[in-house]
Design a protein around this ligand. Structure first.
Ligand code: AP5
Length: 211
């Protein structure tokens, strides 16, 4: 099954993607995570992307489509995958079609801007393995260390309030249009984001027809 996890920044795409891929045993592909890794390694793509990401803007379509094209040819994608944060523009959605890719379902996570601002102020990531935590909703045992690998927990660069505001603006002006696009195609399923991660997961599993 090829799944798109769609939604505003901080809606819980990465959190749910990790849970679904554990359940269905398919890989999750996050363009944001690939770009952050490129920044960490100071690759040409990373150096280019950083300027956009620090401001809360979208990275150019040509850059992210190249990432997706390369990743989807890997053998682990043969049995299906989750796209977390791709597509985010109409040209990106069209690009998937041009590649001959069939998306089975688009899960659109709905969370209000107010809730997102609150969530992202509480988010921490492991510097080493990238595991996400919420200091409020899913806290680690030690607020400064990763439960999984003991790495240091840090706030994401683009979770500063002014960047979050810009990311939300970008979402509403450039990405939200895809909701109507996928609704018209008939593959959109809307999930109301819940206060508890496990409650959102129940709705996601129901939408996917799994238990
Ligand atoms: P990306 O890394 O994809 O960021 P994003 O879409 O802004 O989403 P986030 O990762 O911030 O949030 P999420 O929805 O995964 O939520 P999470 O599960 O972490 O992209 C970063 C940047 O890269 C973009 O701004 C852009 O510049 C660039 N980029 C990436 N893809 C691109 C593309 N296709 N085209 C162009 N540019 C691109 O949850 C957030 C927090 O909430 C966590 O702390 C979590 O624990 C908590 N939480 C989750 N669910 C719940 C719940 N139900 N209740 C309470 N708390 C919850």
């Amino acid at each position: 099954m090829n799944i798109v996890l769609f939604g505003p920044p901080g809606a819980g795409k990465g959190t749910q993607a990790e849970i679904i891929c554990g359940r269905l045993n398919i890989p999750s592909i996050s363009t944001g995570a690939v770009l952050r890794e490129a920044i960490k390694n100071s690759t040409p793509t990373g150096l280019l992307a950083k300027g956009y990401m620090d401001k809360g803007d979208l990275v150019p379509d040509s850059v992210v489509t190249a990432i997706i094209k390369e990743r989807l040819t890997k053998p682990d994608c043969a049995g299906g995958y989750i796209l977390d944060g791709f597509p985010r523009t109409l040209p990106q959605a069209k690009y998937l079609e041009e590649m001959g890719i069939t998306i089975d379902v688009v899960l659109s996570l709905e969370v209000s801007d107010e809730e997102i601002i609150e969530r992202l102020s509480q988010r921490r990531l492991c510097e080493d393995c990238g595991a996400p935590y919420s200091l409020k909703y899913g806290p680690p045992k030690d607020t400064s260390r990763c439960d999984k690998c003991g790495g240091r927990l840090v706030a994401r660069q683009d979770d500063m309030p002014e960047v979050v505001a810009s990311r939300l603006k970008t979402y509403h002006s450039q990405t939200e249009v895809l909701i109507d696009y996928y609704r018209e195609i008939g593959i959109l399923k809307t999930i109301k984001g819940q206060k508890e991660i496990k409650d959102t997961t129940s709705l996601v599993f129901k939408a996917l027809g799994i238990t």
